[in-house]
Structure formats: C-alpha cells, structure tokens
Design a protein around this ligand. Structure first.
Ligand code: TLP
Length: 342
C-alpha cells in the first residue's frame, strides 16, 4: 500500500529504533528522564525560547498551551479552518471553559490582521475577554500553506499591542521554515508559544513539544498532568524525537519536491482541480469536479488499487508526502489515478 493519507503514518526510522532501544530513562513526572530533558533543551534552543515541554500529541500540546495562557470564561481568536477549532474535539471549551471566536482563514490560511484588531474585546461586562490569538503554520486545511515571517509578525504586533499573547499550532512548522528557507527560530521569534509535532513529517512514532517562557512552561506542565499526560520512562519516545528534531527536520525539501511534482501532473488529469499556488509544502489538496464523482468514491477506488488517500471534504482529496513515500510511489499513484480517470 502507498499511504498518502497523512504524514502521521510515517514509521520510525532504523536509527530511531536503535536510539529508542538504548535510551537512558527516568521518571519524567519528577523531571528525571535524561533523554526527555535533552529533547526539551534541544527544542527550546532550536526554537529560541526559554523552555520546552514534551507532550504525547499535538492536540495535547495545543490544549495545554491554551489552558496555560487563558482563564475560564475567556475567548480564543482563531481561524475558522484551523486544526484547533476543526479537529480537536472542542477541548478548549470542554477542559478550559473557553469560547472559540473564529475569524475567516483565507485560501492561504492567513487571518486578516484588521479582523483580529476588530475582534479583540474591549472591557465590557457583556463580553468574554480575549485571552489568546492562535495561528497555524503550515496550515493543514488550506493545503499545507505557509505564513511568512512578516505575516506572523504583523499578527503578533496587532495582538501584543492589546496585551494578547499569540500561540502557534506549528505541527508542521519545520515544513514552513524549509519552504521559507529561514531558521525556524527566526520564523517563531515573536510568538509567545509554539507547539510542534515530532510525529508528522519528522517521522517519530509519538510526541510533540511545546516551547515558550519558563513560567508558561511551568503552567503547561501542570495542565499536562491534569489531562493525564504526565509520562514516566518516556525517554524511549524522546530518543526518537531527538532524531526527528535534529536529522529529519533537514530532509523535508524532498517531500515538498514530491508534492510539487505530483500536483503539477494531477492538475492535468480530467476531473481534478488543483490550486497550484497552495502547494507549497508536503500536502496536495485537490477538488473533484461534479463529473469526477465524490471524494468517498475516489478514496475507495484508490484503496482498491493500492493507494490510500484522505477525504478533506465531500469533493476534496488530500495527498500527503512524507519519509515513507518515494519517487516510484508518486509515479505509481499518478498512473493509477490516470487509469481510473480515463
Ligand atoms: N493533523 C492530522 C489530523 O488530525 C487531521 C493530519 O492527519 O493532518 N495541528 C495540526 C495542524 C495538525 O495537522 C494536527 C494533526 C494536529 C495539530 C494534532 O496532532 P496529533 O494528531 O498529534 O494530536
């Protein structure tokens, strides 16, 4: 099977498995796991922030960040197509008593800074006060699109000028930095906190990291414990995470190249519409014309021919390129699609 459903499906590499087998471990609730401590130090250093916290998933990383930034009864501003709003089971409301105040994401995943400025609440007893602005880079539902440093900085400027912190769901922030050809540290410079995933394109089996100021990470650690995410000898996971962070973050250009190559050919297939401008990183989103059938049909037909893809809407397919997909898989997928479309 060629699996293009997500980069979450990547398997740990041989080097990761060896590092996991040999990892030095301790009890991380006591902060005594040397491998987790090393991963956290490396992550903080790579992101240019004071401190870091290892968490089991991106969803938990975003949730502990939101809970650490906000108080019950506040609002979080975020994109209407953001992962935090769309795919995280309403956790900020359930666990944090927070209100989601959505603003439109444009087709590139950007939020208009003027809309952010207008949405920040003024003091008024009728309002739930604004507690946080949450951004996403790369933007999953927009198709892996990238916010530039200037765009992020402008959104931070607007929020900070009104005393509002900014969190980045940077599940794929290394893909964004690779696309922009700048160090990730520079890209996230003005953000108060960042969650990034080790287990997407970076191929670790499990794990994400939250980075930010020391005091914020202290609060996030308490929230992680509250949610049941205080892990013990999890250095076996962090060992793979260190390889993800230091080595696998350097190879993402290859996935981007595959995605581009694939998108250009797919755009020529009858029935498929690909907005090539949105194909910036490792994700290709394609809309199906009425005549071509539904996404569910295509998911089933491709599966029957050895290719797994995801449906991102009733007429939208998602193809994600990653470490376990090579050039031959890409060509095979294209020929399967061409034969089914023909
Ligand atoms: N995204 C998954 C699915 O949940 C859709 C995927 O296959 O792309 N932020 C962003 C931007 C994400 O894309 C994801 C996962 C997460 C957070 C959550 O990470 P996990 O799955 O580790 O909780």
């Amino acid at each position: 099977m060629i699996d293009l459903r997500s980069d979450t499906v990547t398997k740990p590499t041989e080097a990761m498995r060896q590092a996991m087998a040999q990892a030095e471990v301790g009890d991380d609730v006591y902060q005594e796991d040397p491998t987790i401590n090393r991963l956290q130090e490396l992550a903080a250093e790579t992101m240019g922030k004071e401190a870091a916290l290892f968490v089991p998933t991106g969803t938990m990383g975003n949730l502990v960040s939101v809970l650490a930034h906000c108080e019950r009864g506040q609002e979080i501003l975020l994109g209407d197509n953001s992962h935090v709003f769309y795919y995280e089971a309403g956790g900020a409301s359930v666990a944090g008593g927070l209100v989601y105040h959505t603003l439109p994401n444009d087709r590139m995943g950007m939020i208009d800074p003027n809309l952010v400025a207008a949405a920040i609440r003024t003091p008024d007893i009728h309002f739930a006060p604004t507690g946080l602005l949450c951004l996403e880079n790369t933007h999953n539902r927009a198709g892996g699109t990238v916010l530039s440093k200037a765009q992020i900085d402008e959104l931070c400027r607007v929020a900070h000028s009104r005393g509002i912190p900014v969190h980045l769901d940077g599940a794929r922030v290394f893909n964004a930095a690779t696309y922009l050809e700048i160090p990730v540290k520079q890209l996230v410079e003005n953000l108060d906190s960042v969650q990034f995933c080790l287990s997407k394109g970076l191929a670790a089996p499990v794990g994400s990291v939250v980075v930010g100021r020391k005091e914020f990470i202290g609060k996030a650690r308490r929230m992680r414990k509250m949610l049941g995410g205080g892990m013990r000898q999890a250095g076996v996971l962090a060992a793979a995470g260190i390889i993800a962070l230091t080595e696998m973050s350097q190879r993402l250009e290859e996935d981007h190249y595959h995605a581009h190559r694939f998108a250009e050919s797919l755009a020529l297939v009858d029935g498929f519409e690909v907005d090539l401008e949105t194909v910036q990183t490792n994700i290709v989103a394609a809309n199906l014309t009425e005549k071509a059938g539904t996404a569910a049909d295509w998911v089933a037909r491709l599966k029957a021919n050895g290719v797994l893809v995801g449906a991102a809407g009733p007429r939208r397919l998602r193809f994600v390129f990653h470490n376990d997909v090579d050039r031959a898989d890409l060509e095979k997928t294209l020929s399967v699609i061409a034969s089914l479309a023909g």
